[in-house]
Design a protein around this ligand. Structure first.
Ligand code: G3I
Length: 409
């Protein structure tokens, strides 16, 4: 396996090569234009894809490919090495959530988020700030979800957003301003104090405030199950269209990719859903991708590899799909093993417990390599997702501002 890259210098060099390579070729698969002569600073030669990491291949498409981390995972070791080598986007799994950053009024905790954001900065990874407001009372600090006065809750929300966005302005490329505003398994508003006390304008207000505090950050809305819960895609599309009609600064929609089993994915249908967002001028991303396997299935990794390939094919088939982020890196650490709905170990990720690449890794690696392979006479057009029968997974249901110094890395 490749060693951990040099920090920033490597990504700058690859970007430079990529920029030069992108000139001229038309009609090739989404990434082939770039790679005819592209060679990364670190030795990636697309004519020999095994010399390239996922992020090196993805950069040539271009596509961001992401993973998550907790503070304890970005200290020196195999997790950090694999993260820096293979991924270009990093989401703090929990460290930027309200219950982590301000568990009690005025009690600010940024050590964990600083560690993860600092690691991303050191290795030139873009940060997805997950998440300013999670519209589920279950995951909102009790001192917030117990507020029943609109003015008081507005003040708490404003202080939270001002403090967190202000601290990481310039260090977080894109924020999940709002996570899961719809019912997990339905189409109506989620069970959240933000809806019940603040009313329908709370989402627009949050986006406008975040934009005021960091105009350079992309502002995203992230949702779970919209690709398979009946009617939820349309409900999300209606919500987002309404924000756009109000002139709200929203830049992207994250479609969470959690698969609680390795049932085939209808990539054609998923790509069509993503296009309905990009047709509004938004970017889209598949966020939180993990694919649980059945521990009793000795061949589970084969089906899993097919699902990962289908999800990436769906994104690659959509011009405005900019990123696929996995919800974790190694099977040794996944939320899926603790929710008690699916048999553990679920082994849902690209790397096994010893950080060895699994068939799913090589399925994604091979697909990206195809995208950026030097053009030949037999080069086919951008692969379209195979029309698999849809099999929806059974997803489990997700003040004066204190003087807080800005994060400087
Ligand atoms: O850090 C504490 C630890 O000190 C304590 O001893 C332990 C036992 O109470 O809890 C630890 O915190 C846990 C945290 O994960 C870190 O492991 C929380 O209890 C636990 O609820 C939390 O679960 C996270 C969950 O979101 C809720 O925040 C999962 O790791 C995380 O993968 C999951 O991710 C969500 C996305 O943010 C949104 N989309 C759905 C996705 C899955 O639920």
């Amino acid at each position: 396996m490749l060693d951990r890259p040099e920090p920033m210098i490597r990504r700058v060099a690859l970007t430079a090569v990529l920029t030069v390579g992108l000139v001229g070729l038309l009609g090739a698969p989404r990434g082939a234009a770039s790679a005819a002569t592209a060679q990364a600073e670190g030795g990636c030669e697309v004519s020999r894809p095994a010399t390239c990491s996922l992020s090196e291949l993805a950069a040539l498409v271009p596509l961001r490919i992401g993973s998550t981390a907790e503070a304890e995972e970005v200290v020196d070791g195999p997790y950090a090495d694999t993260l820096a080598r293979e991924f270009s986007s990093l989401t703090p799994e929990n460290a930027l959530k309200w219950y982590s950053t301000q568990p009690n009024p005025g009690e600010w905790r940024f050590e964990a988020a600083d560690a993860v954001v600092g690691f991303a900065r050191e290795y030139g990874m873009q940060v997805r700030g997950h998440t300013l407001l999670w519209a589920q009372d279950t995951y909102t600090p009790t001192w917030v979800s117990s507020i029943d006065n609109a003015a008081e809750l507005n003040a708490a929300v404003e202080t939270q957003i001002r403090t967190v966005v202000g601290r990481y302005a310039g260090s977080v490329a894109r924020w999940d301003v709002v996570n899961e505003p719809l019912s997990t398994l339905g189409t109506g508003p989620s069970d959240s104090v933000f809806w019940s006390v603040l009313g329908p304008d709370w989402i627009a207000d949050a986006f406008r405030l975040a934009h005021e505090l960091d105009p350079t950050a992309e502002l995203w809305l992230n949702e779970i199950g919209s690709d398979w819960v009946p009617g939820k895609h349309q409900a999300l599309l209606d919500l987002v269209s309404g924000l756009i009609d109000q002139g709200v600064p929203i830049h992207g929609v994250g479609i969470q990719g959690h698969r609680l089993n390795s049932q085939p994915v209808d990539g054609v249908a998923l790509a069509a859903q993503m296009r309905e967002f990009t047709d509004l001028g938004l970017s889209v991303a598949i966020t939180e991708l993990d694919v649980a396997t059945d521990p009793s299935d000795p061949d589970g990794f084969t089906a899993q590899a097919g699902v990962y390939r289908s999800m990436f094919e769906a994104c690659l088939a959509v011009a405005g799909c900019e990123e696929v982020t996995m919800w974790g890196l190694t099977d040794a650490s996944t939320w899926l093993d603790s929710i008690g709905i699916v048999p553990a170990p679920t082994r849902p990720l690209l790397f096994d417990e010893q950080f060895m690449a699994k068939p799913a890794y090589w399925a994604v690696h091979g697909l990206l390599a195809q995208q950026v392979a030097p053009p030949t006479s037999s080069t086919t057009s951008t692969p379209q997702p195979a029309p698999n029968p849809p099999a929806p997974p059974t997803l489990m249901p997700a003040a004066p501002v204190p003087a807080v110094p800005r994060f400087t890395g």
